[in-house]
Design a protein around this ligand. Structure first.
Ligand code: NA7
Length: 535
């Protein structure tokens, strides 16, 4: 084949995972390139530019830990840093190590095929460019494939309408009548950010989500100095907890009195970040009665913040308990509904009939709108894989193989697709934890495996069936013991806009926690990669 770019390793995606992966590959001396579909690096932090977009992880626990130089040169300005700052941070890291020269932008991989004879992958981009590489590492992002609803008339809307993932750069919402569909983590960040500037905001809510205060604030220079001093301790703390945060859970829900539990929750409600779920009683995830008591507590908090009791009740979930779907964190979200220009439309009471040229019609009437924001979520975790035509051994297609749910060996490889290594792949721990903490572990594992392959002259690596079966059992066991098992959120593969994905939960994230996962994959590497066929 002529005009094919040849590399030892292709990394797909220049987000948080791809950036660290290329750093390690450069260190290994590998001939590697990062191919990124977007026009620049940053992944999730490049693409999500909607108002209010920010970390729910403490900034200093989200940043990379691998380089002292980064830790010393970067000042986080807020406890939960905003998207523009996060993008600046990733650019700072890339510039610090001169990684941009190993990246190609605007290259969207459409297909890739395994060539058994050559023991390599051939990748084709939508622009027609072709690449060949012995190893492909996916850093596609668990939330990079946005999904839209399919309402009648969506194309006929005369104003601007878009998914939150593609928020227009030049959009000015001042004085506009805005309709927003969706109240997940994204929608809950947007509402209070735009409510003060729009003329009118109509929030179309199907199932309400639980949410609790982010409690963000700025970080002073003195505090940043203290954070720098504490970095080793911070990352050590994160490495010991299930979610990769500093919040430490406790046991003893039933040993405490109701007053003691309430006192703890009063305190956690005012603490920053995920403390309310991370430092709570572990029983809330396992025991329905424990979860119900906490849910009742949070419901009362919502009632205390929303003036209109009818609106408050509509904002309180009744189909799932607190912390059983990905918990959105909010800043004045509930207070936004106390404004005269914000209206909540419950789609359970009055479903959308159609989108019209000038708004949205529900069974109760027409809402005149200038802009429609679709905050309707993503085809999470497996979506980005399904959107590439990936053909493995004997031409088997990955999307077909995973149609009933993904199967993997420790979330890092899948049988029939040799030399395809997945960072943030399905059934890894990255989807259910503080992402970069798990990603650094994943990158290290993959880099060690490639180093081993280079040292031993190994050309072909494939997951074995027994390893996948063992992992499937572990993934199911860890998910099924938690109340999360019944929830309808992206953690368990629910997506109302995809056929067949509204009902039965899928096993696509690993809920055994980061320490258990890390121990497991480290043991595999130490033992010479049992469960992986290395030739
Ligand atoms: P989510 O959390 O998946 O939320 C999507 C929201 O959109 C949710 O409220 C959905 O309601 C709603 N939705 C989706 N389709 C429809 C239709 N057809 N009609 C009405 N409402 C709809 O996505 P986010 O972008 O908020 O967050 C994704 C992650 O990004 C987040 O967890 C963070 O990790 C970062 P439903 O629940 O289906 O009734």
């Amino acid at each position: 084949m002529s005009g094919v770019h040849e590399h030892e390793v292709v990394v797909i995606g220049a987000g948080v995972a791809g950036i660290y992966q290329i750093k390690r590959l450069v260190e290994l001396g590998a001939d590697a390139v990062v191919l990124e579909a977007e026009d620049d690096l940053g992944g999730t932090w490049f693409r999500n530019r909607y108002p209010g977009c920010r970390f729910d992880s403490e900034s200093y626990t989200y940043g990379y830990s691998f380089s002292q130089e980064i830790l010393e040169t970067w000042h986080w300005k807020e406890l939960f840093s905003s998207q523009p700052e996060n993008l600046r941070y990733l650019n700072h890291v890339v510039d610090l190590f001169g990684l941009r020269e190993h990246m190609r932008f605007g290259v969207r991989i459409a297909s890739m095929a395994w060539d058994e004879a050559a023991c390599s992958w051939t990748l084709t981009a939508t622009n027609g460019e072709a690449f060949r590489a012995r190893f492909v590492i996916t850093a596609l992002g668990p939330l990079s494939s946005p999904t839209l609803p399919a309402f009648e008339g969506m194309d006929e809307f005369a104003g601007e309408s878009f998914h939150t993932f593609r928020w227009p750069d030049d959009l000015d919402l001042t004085g506009k009548r805005v309709g927003q569909i969706g109240t997940g983590a994204t929608g809950i960040q947007i509402v209070p950010s735009i409510a003060p500037i729009v003329e009118h905001l109509t929030v179309f809510q199907r199932r309400p989500n639980w949410s609790s205060p982010l409690n963000n604030r700025s970080i002073t220079h003195a505090e940043m100095a203290e954070i720098r001093r504490r970095y080793p301790e911070i990352f050590e703390n994160c490495s010991t907890t299930v979610g990769g945060f500093e919040h430490v859970p406790r046991w003893g829900f039933w040993e405490a009195t109701p007053e003691e539990r309430r006192a703890l929750w009063d305190e956690l409600y005012t603490r920053p970040g995920f403390a309310i779920i991370g430092a709570n009683y572990a029983e809330i995830y396992l025991d329905e009665a424990a979860n119900q008591e906490l849910s009742d507590y949070i419901a009362d908090r919502i009632r205390g913040r929303v003036d209109d009791p009818e609106v408050a009740e509509k904002l309180i979930p009744i189909d799932h308990g607190f912390a059983l779907q990905r918990l959105p964190l909010e800043t004045n979200y509930f207070e936004a509904y106390n404004r005269d220009n914000v209206e909540l439309v419950s789609l359970q009471d009055t479903p959308i009939v159609r989108v019209t040229a000038d708004g949205i019609e529900t069974t109760a009437g027409h809402h005149d709108l200038d802009v429609i924001v679709y905050a309707t979520g993503f085809d999470a975790i497996t979506g980005a894989f399904d959107r590439v035509d990936i053909r493995g051994v004997n031409g088997a297609m990955l999307a077909d193989e995973w149609a009933g749910g993904p199967r993997t060996a420790v979330g890092l490889m899948t049988r029939g697709f040799p030399n395809l290594l997945m960072l943030a792949g399905p059934q890894s721990v990255s989807g259910s934890t503080n992402f970069p903490r798990a990603i650094e572990d994943g990158v290290e594992w993959v880099s060690d495996l490639l180093e081993h392959a280079r040292a031993e002259g190994i050309k072909r690596i494939e997951a074995e069936q027994a390893a996948e079966e063992e992992w499937a059992t572990e993934v199911a066991r860890m998910q099924d013991r938690l109340l999360i098992r019944n929830s309808k959120g992206w953690f368990t593969g629910y997506n109302a806009n995809l056929a067949g994905r509204e009902g039965k939960p899928r096993y696509q994230a690993y809920f055994g926690g980061a320490p258990r996962y890390r121990t497991r994959v480290a043991a595999i590497a130490k033992a010479g990669y049992p469960g992986f066929d290395l030739r």
